[in-house]
Design a protein around this ligand. Structure first.
Ligand SMILES: *Cc1c(COP(=O)(O)O)cnc(C)c1O
Length: 348
């Protein structure tokens, strides 16, 4: 089957990056113990502890982000608890109720957010909206880093959110499906936007960073990880040949490939945004801070782009979303920019 021309509809249209692939190949020798009792799983978990400068962090590997997020949130909640998230959060819009399912009913409380970010004010308002026995008790705040809208929370924003959480007795979870893009954007140490800023639990995305499958669930407080292994197993998330979920992480983490991949994707988003910034009829919907570009335009313009063969989704705010992956080809980015320009009425 021939590869198709590169599209930017989603960052998981991309394949596996060479470093992850090479590590998989290296792991594919002989027999090793199953269910995570192997050297690759140990090495990957250790690599995370080193990367996060947190020797006592507990690390688990799940097949995908929906499972990682849902089980992580479920581990922080009783069934009568609730989880505060933004209205565009993946846990709310794209996980088919899995967080509620795996937590046996913990309710998501949705903060209406124009740009996809939560703020201390939004959290406080929702957490304080009710305190009676008839309403599910707020227990966790979940933020997405980078957000579904392609924004990045600064270190300061996360610190302020976590201070609010602590004050209100809430835990802070981070959906890091695009954590690498956020770190590349902020040029900060992973610890700075996680446990050092008050994040309790991180789901670190491997799939969108260049793996075939796999997300890591990282508990910065080992006490919170109690029995999480049972939760994973019961949910069908314990890989028997775990070395193949773990090895690509070793490939990504050693030598900083994870960050290089994130930075490249971000640079391609910046490249597109810059190339079309002067067009009055394609308006940037959000600042470009990670690997996403959202362009609002009339439906006729969007259709003209589709007619030129470009694929994109419009489920966030009705504009065209373009997502860039670790292997985004700058020449294809330029081709997209040229086509946007061609279907546009031109500079204002
Ligand atoms: C892609 C993504 C996930 C993971 O989705 P799966 O399809 O379950 O792997 C989680 N959160 C966000 C914000 C995402 O974009």
């Amino acid at each position: 089957m021939n590869a198709e021309l590169q599209q930017f509809a989603s960052d998981n249209y991309a394949g596996i990056c060479p470093e992850a692939w090479a590590a998989m190949a290296k792991a594919n020798h002989g027999h090793v113990p199953a269910y995570g009792e192997d050297g690759w799983t140990q090495a990957a978990a250790d690599a995370f502890r080193t990367l996060f400068e947190k020797g006592d962090a507990e690390v688990f590997f799940a097949f995908n982000g929906t499972a990682a997020n849902s089980l992580a949130l479920a581990s922080l909640c009783q069934s009568y608890h609730s989880v505060i998230c933004s209205s565009s959060a993946h846990v709310e819009t794209d996980e088919c109720g899995a967080p509620e399912f795996f937590s046996n009913g913990s309710k998501l409380l949705i903060a209406s957010s124009a740009d996809g970010k939560l703020t201390p004010e939004l959290v406080r308002t929702l957490a304080k909206s009710r305190s009676d026995i008839h309403f599910p008790k707020p227990r966790v705040v979940t933020i997405t880093q980078a957000t579904e809208t392609g924004l990045v929370y600064s270190v300061d924003e996360i610190r302020k959110l976590s201070a609010t959480c602590r004050e209100l007795g809430l835990r802070l979870h981070m959906d890091g499906a695009r954590f690498a893009n956020a770190c590349a954007s902020l040029d900060c140490a992973p610890a700075d936007i996680t446990w050092k800023a008050g994040v309790d639990l991180l789901c670190f995305g491997g799939t969108k960073n260049g793996m075939a499958v796999g997300e890591a669930v990282i508990f910065f407080d080992p006490k919170l990880a109690e029995d999480f292994d049972y939760r994973c197993k019961q949910a069908g998330q314990l890989a028997s040949k775990m070395r193949f979920l773990a090895a690509p992480w070793v490939g990504l983490l050693e030598g900083g490939t994870w960050l290089k991949n994130g930075a490249h994707a971000n640079a391609c988003a910046g490249r597109l945004a810059e190339a079309v910034a002067d067009l009055p009829d394609f308006r940037l919907m959000f600042p470009v801070e990670a690997n996403a570009v959202f362009l609002a335009a009339g439906e006729d313009r969007l259709q003209a782009l589709r007619d030129r063969g470009w694929r994109f989704y419009t489920f966030i705010g009705g504009g065209a979303r373009f997502m860039f992956a670790w292997d985004a080809d700058p020449a294809r980015v330029d081709a997209l920019a040229r086509d946007i320009r061609a279907v546009s009425a031109g500079p204002g």
